[in-house]
Ligand binder design. Structure first.
Ligand code: GLY
Length: 299
C-alpha cells in the first residue's frame, strides 16, 4: 500500500500462526505507534510493539515461548536495529521476560550480540529481573510436539524425528520412541526506520540452537531506505540472508509489496516463511502460511 511519509508500525505474530490472533498484532502496532506519536523514535515504536507481542502469551516469543525438548528450558533470541546505527541482539537467553529489551540494552554496550549465560548475566547486571514462568498453553504445546515426535509425521519438514534424539544434548536424556517469531518494523515522521524481533526459537530443537532472529541480515535489517523483519524456519532463512536481500531490493527501488512477495517466494513452499517491511511511502506483509499481522498508520 502506498502512503505519504507518515509514522507507521507494522507487526506480525509468526508465519504459521492464526489470523484469529490479528488482534494482538493490532494492539502491538497501536502501542508502538502511540510511542512514536508521543515523541518516540522509530526504534522506540518497534521495541514497544515487540514487547506487547512478547507479553501477549499466544505467540512464540517472550511469555509465549516454546519449551525446549526437555520440557522446562526456554531459550529465546531477539534483536533491534535502526537506520541511525542502533544494533543489538541476544541469542539463547534464558529467564528474562522481554528479550527484546535486553537486546536493546546490548546495543548500548561495546558489543552487538550476547549469547547464552553471558547474555543472562548481562541482563541481571542491566537490572532485568529473573523470570521463568511457564503457562498451561506452553505446556500443552510442548506435549503436542512430543506426541508428533513420537509419530511418523516429521515435526520439522524434511527432518527425521530421530535426528533430535540422535544428537540429544540435554542433562536429562529422553528416548523418543518416536517456529516461529514476532516482529515489528516502524517508520517515524522524520524518516527513520527500525526493526525489533523476538522468538522462542523453533520446536523441536537441540539446546543451544540459534535461528535467524538474532542474525543481522537474516531475521532483520534496517537502513536508510527501510526496515525488514522475517519469520519462519531459521535454518532456511539464514541461507538466503533474507532480510538483507529484501532490503536490497527495496533500496534498489522495487515496490515493497513486490520485494516481500519475492522474498517469500525464495523459500520452498513446504518451509514456513513470512516477511514484513516498510520504506518511505509503503508498507507490506506477505507469507506462504497464515500469519497474524497488522499495520497502524498515523493520521
Ligand atoms: N524464525 C525463528 C527461528 O527460526 O528461530
Amino acid at each position: 500500500m502506498t502512503q505519504e511519509m507518515k509514522a507507521t508500525v507494522v507487526t506480525h505474530g509468526g508465519a504459521g500462526g492464526s489470523r484469529d490472533q490479528d488482534d494482538g498484532c493490532q494492539f502491538a502496532a497501536r502501542t508502538g505507534l502511540d510511542r512514536v506519536a508521543g515523541g518516540g523514535s522509530a526504534l522506540d515504536g518497534a521495541v514497544a510493539a515487540c514487547v506487547a507481542l512478547e507479553d501477549d502469551g499466544r505467540y512464540n516469543a517472550g511469555s509465549g515461548s516454546v519449551l525446549c525438548l526437555d520440557g522446562r528450558t526456554v531459550e529465546m533470541d531477539a534483536a533491534v536495529m535502526d537506520s541511525q546505527g542502533t544494533l543489538g541482539a541476544v541469542a539463547c537467553i534464558q529467564r528474562v521476560k522481554n528479550p527484546v529489551l535486553v537486546a536493546q540494552a546490548v546495543s548500548r554496550t561495546p558489543h552487538w550480540l550476547l549469547a547464552g549465560e553471558g547474555a543472562e548475566r548481562f541482563a541481571r547486571t542491566a537490572g532485568f529481573p529473573l523470570y521463568h514462568e511457564i503457562s498451561e498453553r506452553q505446556r500443552a504445546k510442548h506435549l503436542k510436539l512430543m506426541a508428533t515426535l513420537g509419530g511418523k509425521e516429521p515435526a520439522t519438514p524434511g527432518v527425521a524425528n530421530r535426528a533430535f534424539a540422535d544428537y540429544w544434548n540435554y542433562d536429562t536424556p529422553r528416548e523418543f520412541t518416536p517456529c516461529d517469531t514476532v516482529g515489528a518494523v516502524a517508520r517515524d515522521a522524520a524518516g527513520n526506520f527500525a526493526v525489533a524481533c523476538s522468538t522462542g526459537g523453533s520446536a523441536p530443537s537441540l539446546l543451544g540452537r540459534v535461528g535467524d532472529t538474532p542474525i543481522i541480515g537474516s531475521g532483520f535489517y534496517a537502513g536508510a531506505e527501510g526496515a525488514v523483519a522475517v519469520t519462519g524456519i531459521g535454518e532456511h532463512i539464514v541461507r538466503h540472508l533474507l532480510a538483507y536481500t529484501v532490503y536490497g531490493w527495496i533500496a534498489g527501488g522495487m515496490p515493497v509489496e513486490e520485494a516481500v512477495r519475492r522474498g517469500v517466494a525464495l523459500l520452498p513452499k513446504e518451509i514456513d516463511v513470512g516477511v514484513i517491511a516498510v520504506n518511505r511511502t509503503e508498507a507490506a506483509m506477505d507469507s506462504n502460511r497464515e500469519m497474524p499481522c497488522a499495520q497502524v498508520l498515523h493520521d
